[in-house]
Structure formats: structure tokens, C-alpha cells
Design a binder for this molecule. Structure first.
Ligand code: HSE
Length: 436
């Protein structure tokens, strides 16, 4: 068979890794695909890396549209990131009749509905395995491996940088800012780490997984997103005393009321597999009705782990080039005309238990005042920790772990608690039991 010709846009970390994996494993890849995969042309801001990547004989341009409009190319591999130029490239390539492989989670989460609709009209495929959890084949697992199941919930550690920071805070009792500095020094976090630590990167990934799980359109703007920058070493310590660890989770669930999609710091029991996922590793826990619980673990970032997913997508697209578009796996797992308008729940409508860290005046009756407000809202207390009355500070920490309650009632209770003259400040973290 004729070789499949690909054009790669962007030769950064993931683009470079993709070239290396394609070259290193070319024999196995061709044997699996049934034909050779040839890098026909590449576009990058400069040509400095071409020699190192053994691309000196490959067509090169600084203009992505030279590659996109090259009539010899079957598949465009978009690895430039961002949403502006990347969107123009993907739309332009689809208009030019090219299949797409991309690692771009922001692009898919924000513009995926429009992109998939155009691809469907053109009978083309857009593959995006590397957009979620790096090298873990989670899209394939959910879209194909679990296609017999009704998916009930997803809970994932889907940002390696954030997980590295929380792991360091737990292991070394360091502050958030110091752990972030270590992540930056090791090259995990971006110099502007907002997307990682404020949960935006995880929200992109959760949005994509939720659509595939529940058969809904991509709705990034409806993902509730809260970062980890307010977590204190004391929270990590108190969580440990209560038998929990703090993880930055992406959580999506569907019940009779609708779908919830949320990214926030979360206390999870310390005996769960997810609580032992440390450092930059990612993991996704899925509850589905036929299989039950399944866990997917691996490297969520890095040149070769991400290239593993990119190249697997290239192979998949190469295999279906000649197949009837109607018989291909749908982009979002469900046939486009079967996507549902399921209600997406606001964060006030979810039910959770809560860890509350209150800074209170150390005097008689404070706990009674707070428990009265909680009990008036029918909020039951699971555990209380009151420490260190010898503390020279005027306030002492009072830690309360509640049972499950609707978030709206918790909000109302906390608004009243915050008005007590004996309460200086508080923070709260949601808590999940993660199944049995
Ligand atoms: N910045 C991401 C992370 C990697 O830290 O997990 C790519 O998604």
C-alpha cells in the first residue's frame, strides 16, 4: 500500500517527541498499520531542531499554511497549542480535506463542537487522545473499551504539575509557593503556571471526558473550576490526621438531576488507589455500570509519553483512511445526532461532605455556636479537631469534617458562621469518598 503522508505543525516538546517515536519505532508502527507512515513536511517557528530530529531532508516551512495546503498530505498533526492559530490551522486543514491529529485540549474543549461538526460534514476524522492525561489511552478506553457501559462517574488527577505540588506539600511540609518553585525548576510547570494551578488545564480535560462519558456536547464554560493556590500546609496536615489526602481532582458525575463537572481540591480517603498517585503522574478512576470501578494510570505529560498518544492516533487515522466515514468511531463516542441536552448542575446543586478549617477565638462556647448553625441547616458533623490551645496567636484552628449536604446549605451555613465575632476566617475543601 502507498505510505501515509503526514504534516506536523510545531516541533516543540510534543512535536519533537512525536518525530522521535515515529522514527525509532517505524518498523513496528508500519507492521501494525499495514503501511509506512512518512513525515512529508513540517512547520515550525525556526529550523534549528531539524538536524537533531533527523528531519534535514523533510520539507520545511515557517508558515503552517504551506503544510496545510500541501496536496500530498493525508493527515495534519497539530502540535502548536493555544486556541487562535491552532483553530485556524485545524479548520483550514479540514477545509482542505485533511484528517487531524491534535494534542490540544483547550482547542477541543472550547472549539470542539464546531470542529467535529465540520469534520463530520467533510467525512474526516479529528483524533485527540493526547489532549487528556498525556500518554494514558483514556479517550480510547472510554470511547471504545467502555462502550457497553453506562458511565456513572469520573474522578481524575489530570494535571501533573498540580499533583506534583500537592505531593511535595504532603511529603515535605512545604508551602504552596515553595512547591510551585520546585515544579518550575524541574520544568514541570510553565513560567506562567496559572492554567495548571488554577485548574483550567484540568477543566479542559474534564470537559472532554465528560462529553465522551455522558453523550453531551462540549461545554467548557459550565465546568466549575477552583485551583490549589489557597491550600496551606496545615490543611494537608489536618487532612492526614483525619485519614485523608488532598488531591486536585476533576470530577464528573451523572445522576437523575443532571451532570456535574467540577475541578477543585478534594479530600479523599488515604486508603484509595488515587490517593497514592503522586508526583507528576496522572490517574483516572471511572465507575461504570457493567465493569464497575476501573483505574487508568500513567504519565500525563512529557515528550515521549504524549507522543505515544499522538502516534497511536496517527496509526488509527491511517487505518481508517479508506473506510466509510459513517462506520468510524464517533468523535464524542455517541453518534452526533444522539448527543443529549442534559442539564449541567451548578456547583450549589451538588452534594458533598466538607472539611472546614476555621480560625477562631479560643474561648468557651465557640464550638457550640458553630454547631448550632450547622445543625440548623441539618448538617451533621463527622469529626472535629481542636488543637494547641497554647498557641500564642489570638486564633486557633478548629477543623470540622461534615457529612454529606447540598452545597447551597453549606454555603448558607458558612455565611452565618463567618459573621460570628469569634470566627476570624475559614476555608473549606470538598471531600469525596470515591465509591466503596
Ligand atoms: N501542563 C500539563 C500538566 C501537561 O501539568 O499535567 C499537559 O497537559
Amino acid at each position: 500500500m502507498q505510505p501515509v503522508k503526514i504534516g506536523i505543525l510545531g516541533l516543540g516538546t510534543v512535536g519533537g517527541g512525536t518525530v522521535e517515536v515515529l522514527i525509532k519505532n517505524s518498523t513496528e508502527i508500519a507492521a501494525r498499520t499495514g503501511r509506512d507512515i512518512v513525515i512529508h513536511s513540517v512547520a515550525n517557528l525556526d529550523d534549528k531542531c531539524l538536524k537533531k530530529l533527523k528531519l534535514s531532508t523533510v520539507k520545511f516551512s515557517k508558515d503552517v499554511f504551506d503544510v496545510i495546503n500541501d496536496s500530498q498530505i493525508d493527515i495534519i498533526v497539530e502540535l502548536i497549542g493555544g486556541t487562535d492559530l491552532a483553530k485556524k490551522c485545524v479548520i483550514g486543514a479540514l477545509e482542505a480535506g485533511k484528517h487531524i491529529v491534535t494534542a490540544n485540549k483547550a482547542l477541543i474543549a472550547i472549539h470542539g463542537n464546531e470542529i467535529f461538526s465540520l469534520a463530520q460534514k467533510k467525512g474526516l476524522t479529528v483524533s485527540f487522545e493526547a489532549a487528556v492525561a498525556g500518554g494514558i489511552p483514556i479517550i480510547k478506553a472510554m470511547r471504545e473499551g467502555l462502550s457497553a457501559n453506562k458511565i456513572l462517574s469520573i474522578a481524575g488527577i489530570i494535571n501533573g504539575t498540580g499533583n506534583f505540588i500537592l505531593s511535595k506539600m504532603a511529603e515535605e511540609n512545604v508551602k504552596f509557593a515553595d512547591a510551585l518553585k520546585q515544579a518550575q525548576d524541574l520544568g514541570y510547570a510553565e513560567s506562567d503556571p496559572t492554567f495548571d494551578v488554577e485548574g483550567i488545564d484540568a477543566a479542559h480535560k474534564l470537559c472532554i471526558m465528560s462529553s465522551i462519558a455522558f453523550g453531551i456536547k462540549l461545554q467548557f464554560d459550565k465546568v466549575y473550576t477552583e485551583g490549589i493556590s489557597a491550600i496551606k500546609p496545615d490543611d494537608v496536615k489536618h487532612a492526614k490526621q483525619l485519614g485523608y489526602v488532598i488531591k486536585h481532582l476533576g470530577i464528573a458525575k451523572q445522576d437523575k438531576n443532571g451532570v456535574q463537572m467540577r475541578v477543585h481540591p478534594t479530600l479523599i480517603p488515604d486508603n484509595k488507589l488515587l490517593s497514592n498517585v503522586d508526583g507528576v503522574m496522572n490517574a483516572v478512576l471511572i465507575q461504570s455500570d457493567a465493569l464497575g470501578e476501573s483505574l487508568y494510570y500513567g504519565a500525563g505529560a512529557g515528550a515521549h509519553p504524549t507522543a505515544s498518544a499522538v502516534v497511536a492516533d496517527i496509526i488509527d487515522v491511517a487505518r481508517v483512511l479508506t473506510s466509510d466515514p459513517k462506520n468510524r468511531v464517533p468523535h464524542l463516542a455517541f453518534q452526533p445526532n444522539k448527543l443529549q441536552n442534559t442539564t449541567i448542575l451548578a456547583i450549589e446543586q451538588i452534594t458533598s461532605s466538607y472539611y472546614i478549617n476555621l480560625q477562631v477565638i479560643d474561648e468557651a462556647g465557640v464550638l457550640a455556636q458553630i454547631s448550632k448553625i450547622l445543625s440548623d441547616k441539618n448538617i451533621s458533623i463527622e469529626a472535629v479537631i481542636q488543637h494547641d490551645t497554647k498557641n500564642p496567636q489570638p486564633q486557633v484552628p478548629l477543623i470540622i469534617l461534615t457529612r454529606q449536604v447540598k452545597e447551597r446549605f453549606m454555603d448558607e451555613a458558612l455565611t452565618k458562621i463567618a459573621k460570628l465575632s469569634t470566627v476570624h476566617s475559614y476555608n473549606r475543601i470538598r471531600c469525596e469518598q470515591l465509591g466503596d
